[in-house]
Design a protein around this ligand. Structure first.
Ligand code: FAD
Length: 467
């Protein structure tokens, strides 16, 4: 009988594959089991990567249509080649998933294609087209991710009524697209299809978009999306989608608290009310692990209630983000190897890759108020930033929140071009428990958008110089 593995990881997404790489680096004997037939999980196959490929291409398409002429660039007749746009997206996905396979080999990780099931303590059964085999292992890491949350009464066919997965591959631009849910995924994919020509209507149960993000940021973002042409029905629920007509979907909506129903017509409906942990058929009962609505419960540093069974990523609590899964995977491998792996959940950024981008880290104003924590605020508009003005990208602002007494940065909230890249500066500062003054006194290159971060930091102490 061959030596048991040190660790078998079930699920090959950002949580699983990063855990495998780090465990391999630390000299552990590792296997990763993935049923999809391709590594990379939701993120690479049907999430972050394909959505960003379409966001990038559609943003350029819209810029070519609306902005290039003003920059002195004549494009001639602008034409959308949707099959090519989808093909370049698929090529990005293919290249990156193959890259992960290479990284498995490089770090001596065995990659098994098949469905993994915990068969008992230290045993993972892998079922593939070739049959079943059982792996013996000292540790098991559950990294099975998440799936689309269905909306009761609305059947997803991935043709006309689609989830995010279907919305990444529509064969033609819908005339009318209705989004159910105004979260990150819906607003990103809604932006893609609006830029390519769809009329987009957003129906959201809550009285605001982007739940969980800073209220001022969300309000500003909604105004911007509305200016771009999206129509919003807030505090409104969808009660059904009638797909009986071959041409037109009929979406029934009514006020969230009840009231008169209305019908919206659509060619395509995107159901994007969130994602839920995925642990189907995983055999959790064989090792006595229980779940709650946020998936497998982690007790202490990714440990579950079962000895030597660990859990990371979307299938446990915390934000459902690829970089959170990645950090947990890395720290979990380090814990298994006897090191002190750690994730700082206070510093997990969130980005919405629309145009303008939206980015945030740390506490929102609403959270600080609810905690009764005294804070100061510095805010700087891109309108007053020289690079933003030069680039004709003056929408948005940077807002930095810091402790009223110690000046420690508690959170930052930004909307504007490239803020998804700029938020990393704040993350680093927060990891070092920096004060807003540390940023204010750090030399930033000119002319760059990052100067807006510095000016906002100056604003915390009331000495913003350039507005
Ligand atoms: C449209 C969209 C856009 C997104 N954009 C972003 C973004 O821009 N930034 C960001 O941070 N996050 C984004 N996300 C979220 C991100 O994709 C997830 O947070 C991330 O993929 C979670 O990683 P994970 O490893 O926990 O799980 P997953 O990536 O879901 O991977 C889990 C893997 O486990 C496999 N699996 C499940 N059960 C078994 C089993 N029993 N045996 C074998 N294999 C199994 C699944 O097939 C899957 O491949 C997006 C998601 C979507 C849907």
């Amino acid at each position: 009988m061959s030596e048991p593995y040190d660790v078998v990881i079930i699920g090959g997404g950002p949580g699983g594959y990063n855990c495998a790489i780090r465990a391999g680096q630390l000299g552990l004997k590792v296997a990763i089991v993935e049923k999809r037939g391709r590594l990379g999980g939701t993120c690479l196959n049907v999430g972050c990567i394909p959505s960003k490929a379409l966001l990038h291409a559609s943003e350029l398409y819209e810029a070519a249509d609306k902005e290039f002429a003003g920059l002195g660039i004549k494009t001639g007749g602008l034409e959308l080649d949707l099959p090519q746009m989808l093909k370049q997206k698929d090529e990005a996905v293919d290249g990156l998933t193959k890259g992960i396979e290479f990284l498995m080999k490089k770090n001596k990780v065995d990659y098994l294609v098949g469905k993994g099931r915990i068969a008992g303590a230290g045993k993972v059964e892998v079922e593939s087209e070739d049959g079943k085999q059982t792996l013996d292992t000292k540790h098991i890491v559950i990294a099975t991710g998440s799936e689309v949350t269905p909306l009761p009464g609305v059947e997803i066919d991935e043709k006309r009524v689609v989830s995010s997965t279907g919305a990444l591959s529509l064969e033609k631009v819908p005339g009318k697209l209705v989004l159910i849910g105004a979260g990150v995924i819906g607003l990103e994919l809604g932006s893609v299809w609006r830029r390519l020509g769809a009329e987009v209507t957003v129906v959201e149960y809550l009285d605001r978009i982007l739940p969980g993000m800073d209220g001022e940021l969300a309000k500003n973002a909604q105004r911007t999306f509305a200016k771009q042409g999206m129509e919003f029905h807030l505090s409104t629920k969808v009660t059904g989608v009638d797909a009986s007509d071959a041409d037109t979907l009929k979406v029934t909506i009514e006020p969230a608290e009840g009231g008169e129903a209305k019908t919206l017509e659509a060619d395509t409906v995107l159901v994007c009310i969130g994602r839920r942990p995925y642990t189907e058929g995983l055999g959790l009962e064989n090792v006595g692990i229980e779940t709650d609505k946020r998936g497998v419960i982690a007790n202490d540093h990714f440990r579950t209630s079962a000895e030597n069974v660990w859990v990371i990523g979307d299938c446990t609590s915390g934000p459902m983000l690829a970089h959170k899964a990645e950090d947990e995977g890395t720290a979990c491998a380090e814990r298994i190897a006897g090191k002190a792996g750690h994730v700082n959940y206070g510093v997990i950024p969130g980005v919405v890759y629309t145009a303008p981008e939206i980015a945030a880290v740390g506490k929102t104003e609403e959270e600080l108020k609810a905690e009764g924590r005294k804070y100061k605020k510095g805010k700087f508009p891109f309108q007053a930033n020289s690079r933003a003005r030069t680039n004709h990208q003056t929408e948005g602002f940077v807002k930095i929140l810091a402790d009223a007494e110690t000046d420690e940065i508690l959170g930052a909230h930004m909307i504007g071009a490239n803020v998804g890249e700029m938020i990393a500066e704040i993350c680093l500062a927060m990891e070092f428990q920096a004060a807003s003054e540390d940023i204010a006194r750090t030399c930033h290159p000119h002319p760059t958008l990052t100067e807006a971060v510095r000016q906002a930091a100056m604003g915390v102490e009331g000495w913003t110089m350039q507005a």
